[in-house]
Design a protein around this ligand. Structure first.
Ligand SMILES: *[C@@H]1O[C@H](CO)[C@@H](O)[C@H](O)[C@H]1NC(C)=O
Ligand SMILES: *[C@@H]1O[C@H](CO)[C@@H](O)[C@H](O)[C@H]1NC(C)=O
Length: 320
């Protein structure tokens, strides 16, 4: 189940995280937030430079606690306008936030190493707010940026990025945004990182890797129940984008995409189907597949794939 040569610290963290996840997912479909907060260490925004990046939290709509964390690397201070990454964090649609240390660290790394300004979205979580609340929040943040262009950002080079459940949100936000006319903002690409898609069918990767760390089949089934509208099954188009219940997307405005997957991720086969679906509908897709990568490899700078991943992002965002 575990990739070979995984450093013990990564293994320990992932195991502990899985333990707290299981303990906070209740049988009645609610999340024990007090319990999950025990492992979800939070970081405040800071105008002091940490690893070359300052952060601030910007409110979009206080009535639904919609805000984003803005990561500004020092490269932007010289007046250079940087590409913008609108980021959707992972957590099964039900947990974590832009202030979670895991994502604060990760977005800071992206901001500095690419470089780019990062807009990390605090979308509403399930089961309190089911699908499509998070998709609506994402589109509303794009509209907000379009109307309030940040000084150091080149909005014509906007990339929609997300990991795991955030990768799912990145897809649906991009698809919805394709129906909206922006004044300043142009979506140049979408980057789903090990996106969380699914369906009623059981795939080979789900069967072979059923007990995998973080995204065991038991946990992913639980999260779909918490996220999808009451009464729907996993063939709902939010989960099974190119499945039996989905509408035709061939006419949809959709930019080029870069999709990451890993050989130790039970969700891999759904990601393969997703990429095929995009291609069958005439969309441009680049697939990057790391055979030894587990789900969430990108969050651990000590893993070799994490470094390769950063270079792929750079090549995509700064094409030669
Ligand atoms: C769900 O179960 C937990 C723990 O058993 C309980 O504290 C909570 O009130 C329940 N919530 C609902 C909506 O039934
Ligand atoms: C967007 O612009 C196009 C072309 O100008 C127009 O046909 C379309 O109705 C507009 N869509 C919206 C949602 O305003």
């Amino acid at each position: 189940m575990w990739p070979p040569n995984l450093p013990w610290k990564v293994r320990l963290f992932v195991t502990a995280f899985g333990f707290f996840t299981d303990a906070s997912f209740q049988r009645n479909g609610t999340v024990n937030r007090r319990f999950i907060n025990l492992i979800d260490f939070k970081v405040s925004p800071s105008d002091k430079r940490v690893n070359g990046v300052t952060t601030s939290d910007i409110t979009v709509d206080p009535s639904r606690n919609l805000w984003f964390r803005y990561f500004l690397p020092s490269d932007a201070e010289a007046g250079e306008k940087l590409p913008v990454i609108v980021y959707f964090h992972g957590g099964g649609f039900v947990m974590l936030s832009p202030s979670s240390q895991l994502f604060d660290d990760f977005c800071r790394r992206l901001a500095k190493e690419l470089p780019a300004v990062i807009v990390s979205v605090n979308y509403r979580l399930a089961p309190e707010h089911r699908c499509p609340a998070s998709y609506e929040d994402g589109v509303d943040v794009l509209k907000f940026l379009d109307e309030n262009p940040p000084a150091n950002a080149d909005l014509t080079r906007c990339y929609i990025v997300g990991d795991s459940a955030g990768g799912n949100i990145a897809h649906h936000v991009t698809a919805r945004a394709g129906e909206h006319n922006f004044t300043n903002l142009n979506i140049a690409g979408v980057i789903p990182i090990q996106p969380y898609f699914g369906g009623e069918e059981r795939t080979e990767s789900e069967s072979q890797l059923a007990g995998a760390p973080l995204v065991s089949v038991e946990r992913t089934d639980w999260c779909w129940k918490a996220f999808l509208p009451e009464g729907s099954d996993r063939d709902h188009p939010a989960a099974n984008v190119f499945g039996p219940k989905s509408s035709d997307v061939s006419g949809l405005k959709f930019p080029k995409s870069l999709v990451f997957m890993g050989g130790f991720d039970p969700l891999r086969d759904w990601q393969v189907s997703y990429c095929e679906g995009l291609k069958d509908n005439g969309k441009e897709v680049k697939v990057v597949d790391y055979p030894n990568a587990m789900h969430s490899f990108y969050a651990f700078p000590e893993l070799p794939e994490s470094t390769l991943f950063m270079r792929e992002l750079q090549d995509f965002i700064y094409p030669q």
